[in-house]
Design a binder for this molecule. Structure first.
Ligand code: ADP
Ligand code: SF4
Length: 686
């Protein structure tokens, strides 16, 4: 079947130095928020990618020495033989499914603060760390010799642990890229000055890695094909590096200078966006090349191969959203692919030091902890389930319960399914978010045991009349109209109701006009996105936030700077560190969050993006105020024979991220009719 498939070229093997990748689908190194801290969680997650058919599965950044300590971010480490076991477990698990295992050796240079090891960080010159008020130690010749020794020893350990591909990593501002930088590298010896000298360390590390492990392992380089900006390594110099060193590594894993774009969210960056800047590398080196592009379409992947851009399709996020993407392409089940929506919630959690999670794939990070498989669910106990609300939580629950064999009815008051995802995906830049709805609708539409009822508002009596065995309430949440949120614990005393709007109004097409203030106390995407929507409609917008930047939380999703730039480009006035204190007649009063000083501006309307109120009216009508376990008390009192259980899920339970709603629907659906699954916990024991 595969031979006849147009996608067969994606499943050709590729020789990479002394090893052979079984296919062209390559999970590039990506952070997980697990690293050395959660090894079992990590092994199970990486193994799942290999099981799903990725031909190569790599680690995250793997520190070679205690002087490269990125605490509190849980990186991988190969500091001594004590680290071997955990990494060998990952390599073994990946090999068990026929994939190659890659490891990205890393030294953070001046970027890290070594908060855990308390060793001075090392730099080509003494430079400030990324966040903390500390600087690195300038490296002398002896330090460079030591660094080379650590790198070589780490490479040998990587081979011992069973890895097939060993990376040298001169990108993303870490130590080796400091040496390449014309600004940071002020050395007057053979490691500074000319480009040849600045790339000396990189050349030595490549040669020495090859010398140490090249007989059995491929040597890969992760390199920014368009340099690191004119200040550091300009585009011509980057080409010179590729031309000069092109023959040494067995594989070029190419990235670009702008991390916000390389890792860009779908709000700002499309699929395959790196092509124009990386395509030359393959022609110049003749070596296999891999590059990411948030590829979820096998046709786009095929295009990359056919046009000779790359030999291997790199993926981090698409492999997180769907570990089984390769298997599905191979089997021609394209409609089953859970496509990444480009929201960067995965990255955000790693950035917050927490284990990876995913909006589209609720099993991500739960492979070991909860024993979840992204494609398999336990067979159900039978019976019927009524789900009220077809937003992300209700849709996910219907999908999983349908798969488990329950008889499922999914009812929604709206004329379309998808809840907040459908509404929000019509806002500027959020179109791909509709994939959360579309994937699940696609699945349940093919399930004879799942029925979807739209335009069906359910009251308590309707639910009881339905006589389902189990009821899941997924009625979502509504944005508060009174200003309560992070800043205001109580309603704003003076609010002229006729001019007060919430995101729900905007999402339903009820738009304010004139001079509009957006008060953002939520700090994520919705305030700025609504500001842009209104500006596009010709409204004069003033964006006001209690934080110091527009959409401040989106620094975690690597979107904050582009968000602020977009507001500026839309000529939206931005005021930071202020709270809306009052809105009366046509005057909005703001208070400085530090001094309390107030000032006023004229405004015809305010949009309050503050916090949400769970819509639990129906849930409360069914279970009352006390029965937190759902129905226990009511059944005991003889007031309820059926349903046997009533639960809240999604935003109705806890207004939060779309990812949280999907996860909540998934967990409830997996556990329904059985006992609640205990999650396992990784911890250090003495
Ligand atoms: P979540 O993110 O938790 O899935 P959403 O707000 O996206 O929540 O979706 C909630 C859905 O529930 C909406 O589509 C809304 O139309 C629907 N809904 C709310 N109340 C009722 C009700 N009483 N009957 C049927 N559908 C309802
Ligand atoms: Fe894609 Fe969002 Fe999942 Fe990350 S969290 S893999 S960006 S869908």
């Amino acid at each position: 079947m595969l031979e006849k498939s147009r996608y067969a070229p994606l499943f050709e093997s590729v020789r990479i130095g002394p090893v052979t990748a079984p296919n062209r689908l390559y999970q590039v190194p990506h952070c997980t928020g697990m690293g050395h801290a959660l090894p079992q969680t990590l092994v199970a997650m990486r193994a799942m990618k290999a099981e799903g058919g990725w031909g190569v599965v790599c680690t995250e950044y793997c520190s070679i020495h205690p002087s490269s300590d990125d605490h509190p971010y849980p990186f991988a480490s190969l500091w001594d033989d004590g680290d071997l076991g955990n990494l060998a477990a990952m390599a073994d698990a990946v090999h068990a499914h026929g994939a190659l295992a890659g490891i990205e050796l890393w030294h953070g240079g001046s970027y890290v603060s070594n908060l855990s090891t308390r060793t001075p960080s090392l730099g080509v010159r003494s430079a400030p760390a990324r966040t903390d008020p500390v600087q690195s130690q300038r490296m002398d010749r002896r330090d460079i010799r030591e660094l080379r020794r650590w790198h070589r020893e780490a490479a040998l350990r990587a081979r011992k642990a069973g890895f097939d591909i060993v990376y040298v990593y001169p990108s993303h501002g870490y130590l080796i890229s400091e040496f390449l930088s014309r600004s940071l590298n002020d050395r007057t010896d053979e490691y500074g000055g000319s480009l040849e000298n600045r790339m000396r360390l990189l050349r030595e590390l490549l040669d020495e890695t090859r010398g140490a492990v090249g007989d059995r392992c491929a040597v890969a380089i992760r390199f920014s094909a368009n340099g690191h900006g004119d200040e550091h390594l300009n585009e011509d110099e980057a080409r010179d590096v590729v031309a000069t060193l092109g023959h040494i590594p067995d594989l070029w894993d190419v990235v670009i200078a702008d991390y916000d774009e390389e890792m860009g969210s779908s709000r700002f960056v499309g699929e395959g966006a790196l092509e124009d800047r990386v395509a030359y590398v393959r022609k110049l080196t003749g070596k296999p090349v891999v590059c990411v592009g948030r590829f979820t379409s096998p046709d786009s992947m095929l295009g990359q191969i056919k046009r000779g851009v790359v030999d291997l399709i790199g993926a981090a996020r698409p492999s997180i959203a769907d570990p089984f993407l390769p298997t599905k392409v191979r089997e021609g089940r394209l409609e089953d692919i859970r496509e990444c929506i480009g929201c960067n919630i995965c990255y955000a959690h790693d950035f917050r030091g927490a284990a990876l999670r995913c909006t589209q794939n609720p099993t991500m990070g739960e492979e070991w902890r909860s024993g979840w498989h992204p494609e398999r669910v336990p067979v159900g106990t039978g019976g019927s389930v009524l789900i009220v609300g077809a937003g992300p939580a209700g849709l996910e629950a219907a999908h999983i319960l349908g798969k488990r064999g329950f008889q499922v009815a999914l009812a929604d008051a709206a004329e379309e399914a998808g809840g907040r995802v459908s509404r929000e995906s019509r806002l500027p830049g959020l179109a791909q978010w509709a994939r959360v709805r579309d994937f699940r609708l696609g699945q349940i539409n093919r399930m004879p045991n799942v029925a979807l009822y739209l335009d069906s508002r359910m009251q308590e009596s309707d639910v009881r009349a339905f006589e389902a065995d189990h009821v899941l309430i997924a009625t979502g949440a509504r944005w508060r109209r009174n200003g309560i949120g992070r800043w205001h614990a109580r309603p704003i005393a003076t609010l002229n109701p006729s001019g007060v709007y919430t995101p729900d109004d905007v999402l339903c097409g009820r738009l304010p006009a004139g001079d509009v203030v957006i008060f953002d106390d939520d700090h994520y995407y919705l305030g700025p996105v609504i500001a842009i929507k209104l500006a596009d409609e010709g409204v004069r917008v003033r964006y006001v936030t209690t934080e110091g930047r527009a959409g401040a939380w989106s620094q975690n999703t690597q979107e904050q700077e582009r968000t602020q730039r977009a507001l500026i480009e839309h000529e939206i006035e931005i005021e930071v560190n202020v709270a809306l204190a009052a809105f009366d007649q046509s005057i909005a009063t703001f208070a400085c969050v530090f001094s309390g000083r107030t000032h006023m501006v004229s405004a015809s309307a305010v949009v309050l993006v503050t916090s949400r109120e769970p819509d639990e009216t129906l849930y409360r009508a069914l279970v009352g105020e006390e029965a937190e376990d759902g129905v226990g008390e009511l059944r005991e009192a003889g007031r309820l024979a059926r349903p046997a259980s009533v639960q809240r899920i999604g935003d109705c339970l806890q207004p939060a991220l779309i990812a949280t709603a999907v996860y909540s629907g998934h967990r409830a659906a997996r556990e329904l009719g059985g006992t609640e699954q205990a999650t396992r916990r990784e911890r250090v024991l003495i």
